[in-house]
Design a binder for this molecule. Structure first.
Ligand SMILES: [Zn+2]
Length: 543
């Protein structure tokens, strides 16, 4: 059965169309409304009521499982006015979420400074009043302290005979009995003992994360999920996705950025017959993913010169040149795509050295290797990316925060050649966009506003390198067709065109029409994946 979508502001990825026809999971025709009605006289007609429509967003680098994990823990920040309120909230949530006895209850965000009744840290005994059947771990808002209940203490084997940890502590009473409070490195005792999630729990987290992504208009995600929990086997993650697919519960198309930290695990993955491009429309193996360095905010991005606001450090490189060479060469020679996290210019050098050497000794056409983040860059590095034909996986939403720190953290000359998104496009790189969620919310419209305005959405930091602004059309393409290019799917995804998958979004407003600083307020009314509405109400007429 064919459905005709008409009377909208429909951006097909290149220009404007009047209408498009969907048959099942596929867009079968686009063009003028009258012609399509003639072509499909029996079609159901949907009036888009002048709303803006684009292809579904493709978040080209994020962490779906981490996002789902965060959503699964209780958000305590708004329920911390008193210890009693905190206890009641957690008790209610255990009930509402139907958390079975024995399963860990995790939450984050309490702050005893805001308690009106008793301004002290909660103890195991306070948490025992919530439940003695569930192990409970509640992390303070700062992330540097947590409290657990008596059952949790029992499960992690902490008693009065346990030695105090280096660089941290757990609190004890006058008899030396642990009170359930852990500080600084003491938290590792708790975290290492937390059980890895079961496949059922992984499925729940992934499914929930995908629903939240749909609410932001995301229909495809390129995601790094293998290195999330202590002791988690990557096979479990793959199984969870495949189970969801078998149950028809996928609502986002996944291109897995297969994260490995050593050649042994990567070799095993490859020896199992897994490689880039293998999979279905719902779950597909993508590139080898590695971490190169840290972040600009934490001064751990690895720079070629000392930090301007801390001369004692260049940042941290996760791997040396030899390890990069080994991993990248193994993946490249095996026909695998490669995408590596690099924020500082010095780590980009190291990664590009390794890629160049592999690509020179084993030339391969259209490998589509790339760099995730591409933030602090020297002018010569743009040209080197072009020479190696590397894909730039950017997160323009990072400008929201980074504009406020980049000029302090790095030398002005280096800051003046960084975050060069327009330059990347101008010299012909493929530039896809994402959120690195849960680092940022997967809100593409916020990313588009940052890319277009080169200003922070939430702070008044002024304009940063306005010459690097993207046009609205290019910013939308970075979230659609360019993401599809990153996964070799530009022939089926990222445009509203005949033969393409029916993944599209009907938005509240048109980013081409609103004031640029209002783009972040645009939200999906409906999100469609595979021709099916996965988010929003069935009728959009009165919105
Ligand atoms: Zn990431």
């Amino acid at each position: 059965m064919v459905t005709l979508y008409t009377n909208g502001h429909i951006f097909d990825g290149n220009g404007w169309i009047e209408a498009f026809a969907v048959d099942g999971s596929t867009i079968v025709a686009t063009g003028r409304t009258t012609a399509l009605i003639q072509q499909y006289p029996k079609a159901t007609i949907v009036d888009l009521n002048h709303h803006f429509v684009s292809a579904g967003f493709n978040d080209s680098h994020m962490h779906v499982l981490n996002y789902g994990y965060g959503l699964a823990s209780l958000q305590l920040a708004e329920h911390t006015q008193s210890l009693k309120q905190l206890q009641q909230y957690v008790r209610d949530e255990i009930h509402h979420r139907n958390i079975p006895s024995g399963r860990w209850v995790r939450g984050r965000g309490w702050n005893h400074d805001f308690f009106e009744d008793d301004q002290r840290f909660p103890t195991r005994y306070d948490l025992d009043q919530i439940s003695t059947d569930h192990p409970i771990c509640l992390v303070r808002a700062c992330g540097h302290a947590c409290v657990v209940n008596s059952l949790a203490l029992e499960l992690i084997h902490v008693t009065k005979d346990t030695p105090q940890p280096n660089g941290g502590a757990f609190d004890v009473d006058e008899h030396g009995e642990p009170l359930g409070i852990f500080r600084e490195n003491g938290l590792d005792i708790v975290y290492q003992a937390l059980p890895k999630p079961s496949i059922d729990e992984l499925e729940e987290m992934l499914e929930n994360a995908m629903h939240h992504l749909n609410a932001y208009g995301v229909t495809s995600a390129q995601t790094d999920d293998f290195v999330v929990f202590h002791g988690l086997d990557y096979h479990d993650v793959i199984t969870a996705y495949q189970n969801l697919e078998a149950k028809g519960k996928m609502s986002v198309r996944i291109y897995e950025q297969n994260h490995f930290t050593n050649p042994h695990d990567l070799s095993q993955f490859l020896s199992e017959g897994r490689n880039t491009g293998i999979g279905s429309f719902w779950f597909k193996y993508g590139p080898l993913k590695m971490l190169g360095d840290g972040s600009l905010g934490a001064r751990t991005a690895y720079l070629s010169q000392p930090y301007a606001d801390d001369g004692s450090t260049h940042g941290i490189a996760v791997y040396d040149q030899t390890t990069f060479n080994q991993m990248i060469d193994l993946a490249h020679r095996s026909g695998m795509q490669i995408a590596i996290h690099a924020i500082g210019d010095a780590i980009m050098d190291r990664i590009m050295n390794a890629m160049e050497s592999s690509m020179t000794s084993h030339p391969r056409c259209d490998a589509r290797h790339g760099i995730i983040h591409c933030q602090i860059m020297r002018p010569d590095q743009y040209q080197r990316m072009k020479a190696l034909d590397l894909h730039a996986y950017i997160q323009s939403i990072f400008l929201d925060y980074d504009i406020g720190i980049v000029n302090q953290r790095v030398d002005p000359l280096l800051a003046a050649s960084s975050y060069g998104f327009h330059t990347m496009q101008r010299i012909g790189l493929h530039v896809s966009n994402g959120s690195d969620c849960p680092v940022e919310l997967p809100n593409g419209m916020v990313g588009i506003q940052c890319a277009v305005t080169r200003k922070s959405v939430h702070h008044d930091y002024g304009v940063y390198r306005p010459e690097e602004a993207m046009s609205v059309a290019d910013a939308i393409r970075s979230f659609t067709i360019e993401g599809a290019h990153a996964s070799f799917e530009e022939g089926i995804k990222g445009l509203i065109a005949p033969g393409y998958l029916a993944d599209f979004v009907i938005w509240s407003d048109d980013p081409f029409m609103v004031e640029p600083q209002q783009i972040h307020t645009i939200h999906p009314l409906q999100t469609y994946v595979n021709g099916t509405c996965v988010y929003g109400q069935n009728h959009i007429d009165n919105q």
